[in-house]
Write a protein that binds this ligand. Structure first.
Ligand SMILES: C[S@@+](CC[C@H](N)C(=O)[O-])C[C@H]1O[C@@H](n2cnc3c(N)ncnc32)[C@H](O)[C@@H]1O
Length: 230
């Protein structure tokens, strides 16, 4: 997908995702809540102190996830290659900070944030830019902070179906958890891990605690990949 093709989804991003997953009977909000719960777990585990936490969300789109996670951070910055999505994100979430960037060098200093995130973005980045994408996401995070990516699990049949039904995923190149871990290690990250989630169509606490235990199984619809910069 060329870098500004998401511009045309600025007003119907959520509806487009909902249409592609409607066969599952699940709403977009369910997936957002699932991601927020994983992010919360990761923060509690890897950034446990109570001090200020800043997030850079790379490929933030229209900022649809931010209302679900904004209590976890003192400051959220979002960047995207879609200028129209950034305009919409600013309208949706005026309390956060959004910037367009050209897709190569993140407009942030080295070691300037506690966590960088990219949710369902990597599969839209041209594969020849994947190494640069990961090294930029690593560069901006302070040593001991957290680099996190959430991606579709290509092994999961429901994920494959929703990707096939989604018009903006037409040229998506899905990356499985194992090759993702390899790339994160090559990006000089320590403690590289992946955890699968969305095994079941509910976020009830009992199911969540089961999912926490089976996150190593590469069967959930999505996975979170993390690493810690040295
Ligand atoms: C499927 S949307 C996900 C949006 C958002 N992360 C979310 O979960 O709601 C993918 C986003 O990645 C952005 N994108 C594509 N290539 C990018 C790149 N190289 N750097 C940053 N964002 C990129 C697109 O413009 C789009 O907004």
């Amino acid at each position: 997908m060329s870098k500004d093709e998401f511009d045309e989804y600025r007003d119907n991003y959520v509806e487009t995702v909902e249409k592609s997953v409607e066969f599952s009977g699940l709403r977009h909000s369910f997936f957002q809540e699932s991601k927020a719960l994983i992010i919360k777990d990761l923060i509690e585990q890897y950034l446990p102190d109570n001090s200020r936490k800043t997030l850079l969300d790379v490929g933030c789109g229209v900022g649809a996830l931010h209302p679900y996670i904004d209590k976890m951070f003192t400051k959220i910055h979002g960047v995207d290659v879609s200028a129209e999505s950034i305009t919409k994100a600013k309208i949706n979430n005026p309390m956060h900070d959004y910037q367009y960037y050209e897709g190569h060098t993140l407009p942030f200093a080295d070691n300037s944030v506690d966590m960088s995130l990219a949710v369902c973005v990597m599969h839209h980045v041209p594969t020849n830019l994947w190494d640069n994408f990961l090294s930029e996401k690593t560069r901006v995070v302070r040593p001991g902070g957290l680099v996190c990516l959430i991606e579709h699990n290509p092994i999961n049949p429901a994920t494959r179906l929703s990707v096939a039904r989604c018009p903006f995923d037409e040229d998506a190149v899905l990356l499985g958890a194992r090759p993702m871990r390899k790339r994160l290690r090559q990006a000089n990250l320590d403690c590289v891990k992946t955890r699968h989630f969305v095994f079941f169509p509910t976020n009830k606490p009992i199911i969540r605690s089961i999912e926490r235990r089976i996150g190593w199984l590469p069967l959930g619809a999505q996975y979170a990949a993390i690493g810690i910069p040295r």
